[in-house]
Write a protein that binds this ligand. Structure first.
Ligand code: COA
Length: 376
């Protein structure tokens, strides 16, 4: 039995109880709960618990999970020196990928693959990655790293470590919503990468490192940086029409639009659109939102018939900008959140593993003669 599907479109390659996507109707659920419910009512910590346990925690469970995460905020000794040693002009995604790989060397049992060990490693990686990104960003600005504050939640602590200043409630909530909405998304490319790697019974660090490498591509998580670059190229709302039409005529892609699974508006884009508008108004960036919205309307008129709508990356760009993040930190933000989903999928894969090993259609020659080198 062989089926060839370029890009594996339409191929069911795994089973999951973590998230569900209905691409036709624009629905995303984490363990059955619509993303809009979680974005408006949950916290990132609670959402991670949901993804890893496939149920919401009660008060005691959430308090224990949160304090366990906070107790792990500080990086292993030696990691800060390692981060300080990387070139300051390195791309943050390359730094994050390299440093997550390096974390394996500080784990006395990096290859332990029991479900319990995998959960423990996931919690460490989730707790440490914000410190990696913040320490690198401060280092390249000539600033010392900020010691994490265990009295703060995941989102507040990250923004505090980045800026050495306690963030406002509004910024923390906005960042938390970004973390919630990016946490998991079916068998997307990076999650598939993580599952493929762990299916050899490799290790959690290798799986997450590979997933970060996948995520940074402009067709995947790297698109949020592409959206921001596009918004920067458009001087004002009135220029959006000519800009978008020019790109479509040249058959170029508009970043933040289109999706392999969604043929309707990505529900995460709906959540982030509301958030982006509010933040843009509050931070004096209304022009960014207006440009984005103008692009969405032009795209709706031109390509909605082909099922091309805004995806998660479209409005997250404006949101991250308004939170005060530098452009090259946008994709690392996606990674900080998606670590929750990747590790949930690794744990799920380990619990019922079978090696991923597809086949390939060979299209080269057969029985070719071996020509000696001096006759070629
Ligand atoms: N802008 C313009 N046209 C687009 C488009 C975009 N962002 N995304 C897809 N299309 C068009 C393609 O040109 C193609 O048109 P054609 O049939 O006339 O040639 C058609 O839609 C199908 O595209 P295809 O590349 O086969 O779809 P895919 O499922 O392989 O690709 C993405 C999905 C996400 C890679 C693609 O939509 C894309 O490149 N989007 C921009 C990057 C992005 O935002 N990525 C983040 C995803 S969350």
């Amino acid at each position: 039995m062989t089926t060839f599907s370029k890009g594996l479109e339409g191929i069911v390659a795994a089973e999951t109880a973590i998230s569900y996507i209905d691409g036709t109707n624009g629905i995303l659920e984490y363990v059955g709960i619509p993303i809009g419910e979680l974005a408006s009512k949950s916290t990132f910590e609670e959402t991670v618990y949901l993804l890893w346990n496939q149920r919401l925690p009660n008060k005691g469970e959430l308090a224990a999970f949160t304090s366990d995460l906070r107790a792990r905020y500080s990086l292993p000794a030696g990691m800060l020196e390692r981060i300080a040693g990387v070139p300051t002009d390195a791309e943050p995604m390359h730094v994050l990928r390299t440093m997550v790989s390096a974390l394996s060397m500080y784990d006395p049992n990096p290859n332990e693959n029991t479900v319990e060990a995998a959960r423990d490693k996931s919690l460490n990686i989730l707790a440490w990655t914000p410190s990696i990104v913040a320490a690198f960003d401060r280092g390249r600005r000539g600033l010392e790293p900020v010691t994490p504050d265990t009295s703060l939640g995941f989102s507040a602590n990250f923004l505090y470590m980045l800026n050495d200043k306690k963030p406002t409630e509004a910024m923390v909530r906005a960042f938390d919503i970004c973390m919630i909405t990016h946490a998991d998304h079916g068998l997307n490319n990076s999650t598939f990468t993580a599952r493929v790697i762990i299916s050899t019974l490799s290790d959690m660090y290798s799986a997450i490192t590979g997933a970060i490498g996948s995520l940074r591509g402009p067709l995947h998580g790297g698109a949020n940086e592409g959206v921001m670059k596009m918004l920067n190229e458009i001087d004002s709302v009135s220029d959006a029409e000519a800009y978008v039409m020019g790109k479509l005529e040249r058959k170029e892609r508009i970043m933040g639009f289109g999706h392999r699974v969604y043929k309707a508006k990505d529900p995460r884009a709906t959540e982030l659109m509301t958030l982006a508008k509010q933040l843009a108004d509050d931070t004096g960036n209304a022009d960014l939102y207006e440009k984005s919205h103008a692009i969405e309307l032009i795209m709706e008129r031109e390509v909605a018939a082909k099922g091309i709508y805004p995806n998660v990356d479209f409005y997250s760009a404006t949101t991250y900008h308004c939170i005060g993040l530098k452009l090259d930190l946008f994709t690392p933000m996606f990674a900080l959140s998606r670590i929750a989903g990747w590790s949930g999928h690794v744990i799920e894969q380990l619990a019922d593993n079978r090696l991923f090993r597809p086949t390939v259609n060979y299209v080269g020659p057969h029985d070719a003669p071996y020509i000696p080198i001096d006759k070629r």
